[in-house]
Ligand binder design. Structure first.
Ligand SMILES: [Zn+2]
Length: 77
């Protein structure tokens, strides 16, 4: 499980089950285990600080690489 964090303010955004060892380019909503200070509004994934983290594309969030960091482990697919 990965903890996705805002690159600007370091708040925890959400917990994500990443399958495979590749880059985190998208977060599929059905693999988001819980939300912390991240939220989806008006088609954007936002941090509570106002930083845009990604774009809501329906079943997933297309992540902005420079906007977040993460820690934790990816699950081998
Ligand atoms: Zn933030």
């Amino acid at each position: 499980m990965l903890t996705i964090k805002c690159a600007a303010c370091k708040r925890k955004l959400w917990k994500y089950e990443k399958i495979g060892q590749g880059k985190v380019l998208r977060c599929y909503k059905d693999r988001i285990a819980r939300f912390y200070d991240g939220q989806i509004e008006d088609g954007q994934a936002m941090c509570a600080c106002g930083k845009r983290i990604g774009v809501d594309e329906g079943d997933h969030i297309k992540m902005i690489a420079s906007a977040f960091t993460y820690s934790g482990t990816k699950r081998n697919g």
